[in-house]
Design a protein around this ligand. Structure first.
Ligand SMILES: Cc1cc2nc3c(=O)[nH]c(=O)nc-3n(C[C@H](O)[C@H](O)[C@H](O)COP(=O)(O)OP(=O)(O)OC[C@H]3O[C@@H](n4cnc5c(N)ncnc54)[C@H](O)[C@@H]3O)c2cc1C
Length: 379
């Protein structure tokens, strides 16, 4: 009989795991989540992200990001409905940030390193030649490479569609605890309603915890290592010729400058902030002004065709805030046996790299689910 699985969470982690697992007819999967694609809420990081592929790990922890790139490239080349396109990325390392970058202690770890590990996996990587203009602007160096940019609302909906085609059931709900999660399984919405009526819903064999920052409050997890890493962005109609990122700013240690034009008319996301432990879910007007100013300073082509030379040339679609699900000590992907003998597989705490590591992490989840399924079969 197929193993009954409940996945808590419909962000990129839960949906990628659901899609990969649902290819195997040995599993019958229900996804339950407070937030679903279509919602905008700071606690739901996935739709707020740009998102692009700018690796953040160091070489030692690069397996998830290294493994994910080929799949994102394949989708960009061959699956237009996934909402991903190829884009060139340009990163600048500022002279002022070099000491912290060399210690690897600026929170983005590998992204701005000289000679990064990822030059071995991306295409057409080049170190930038430092021009007198760059030196005058305080830029010590940088690089360019072929990357991808994901229109996240389109991509999340595409993932839901792939899951539905494979028979995954979706339910909206707040799960109180890992134990509570097991009762959310059902073979269909209708079967769930009928079983609930009779008090017979669930239970699942295996629970997958993909709750992002929600792991801080979820009963049975309550992971105190989880911290919001607040990201504020401005989404505009203007187009950037490249994706860009700068290692720091003169404005604030917890701000950075980046931008990317999403595929399929998704607008251009300008960032941003990286504010640790900041729970403010509302956009701050002064921060937004700084983000826009730095963006046009870095890529003046954003104003092409507007006839303007300042931020009034940026046509704003919306302001947004999302909490990156940061975890002290790194991502948690592991299995855990519950006191009643049932299994939980965790996959949360991806901070700012949830998309660019999504396939690597979901493949590990699949391997762990296979392991615990075997164990369960023995019991
Ligand atoms: C501004 C910004 C820019 C970013 N840019 C990038 C980028 O360029 N590239 C990149 O790879 N990543 C980027 N990220 C990071 C990326 O968005 C996250 O790492 C990723 O979305 C995390 O996905 P997740 O599925 O683990 O969590 P989330 O997307 O937060 O989803 C969590 C899910 O769990 C559900 N949930 C939580 N608790 C419960 C509960 N008790 N009961 C039921 N459901 C629950 C939620 O409702 C939600 O469905 C960015 C993030 C932000 C905010």
């Amino acid at each position: 009989m197929a193993k009954k699985i409940v996945i808590i969470g419909a962000g990129v982690s839960g949906l990628t795991s659901a899609m990969l697992l649902s290819r195997d007819k040995d599993y019958s999967i229900t996804v339950v989540a407070k937030h679903m694609p279509g919602d905008l809420d700071a606690m739901y990081a996935s739709p707020i992200a740009g998102a692009n592929y700018l690796p953040m790990s160091d070489r030692e922890n690069s397996q998830y990001e290294a493994r994910t790139l080929p799949e994102l490239q394949r989708l960009a080349s061959h699956v237009p409905e996934a909402g991903i396109h190829h884009q060139r990325a340009r990163l600048y390392r500022r002279e002022a940030d070099m000491p912290t970058l060399r210690q690897g202690s600026n929170g983005f770890n590998g992204m701005f390193l000289e000679n990064p590990w990822y030059q071995e996996v991306v295409n057409n990587f080049v170190e930038l030649e430092v021009t007198p203009e760059m030196t005058a602007a305080g830029i010590a160096g940088g690089c360019e490479f072929d990357s991808v940019c994901i229109n996240t609302p389109v991509y999340l909906s595409w993932l839901v569609g792939k899951c539905r085609a494979n028979g995954v059931v979706f339910k909206r709900g707040s799960v109180k605890s890992l134990a509570d999660a097991r009762r959310w399984w059902s073979s269909s919405e209708k079967a769930f309603a009928e079983a609930k009526e009779k008090g017979e819903e669930g239970p699942a064999d295996i629970v997958l915890n993909m709750t992002g920052l929600g792991a801080l409050k979820l009963g049975g997890v309550m992971d105190q290592a989880m911290v919001p890493m607040r990201g504020q962005v401005v989404v505009v109609r203007n187009v950037a010729p490249v994706m860009f990122g700068t290692s720091g700013t003169d404005d604030d240690d917890e701000e950075l400058t980046y931008g990317m034009t999403r595929a399929v008319g998704g607008g251009t996301v300008l960032g941003g902030t990286y504010q640790r432990g900041n729970w403010d879910s509302q956009p701050d007007a002064a921060t937004a002004l700084r983000i826009m100013q730095r963006s046009i300073d870095t890529v003046p082509e954003l104003l092409n065709g507007t006839g303007k030379k300042d931020i009034t040339g940026l046509e704003i679609i919306r302001h947004a805030v999302g909490f990156r699900p940061y975890r002290e000590g790194g991502v948690r992907i592991e299995k855990e046996k519950m006191p009643d003998g049932s299994w939980v597989v965790h996959n949360y705490g991806h901070s700012g790299w949830g998309y660019q590591g999504s396939y690597g992490c979901a493949e590990k989840v699949v391997a762990l689910v296979k392991e615990v399924s075997r164990d369960k079969a023995k019991l």
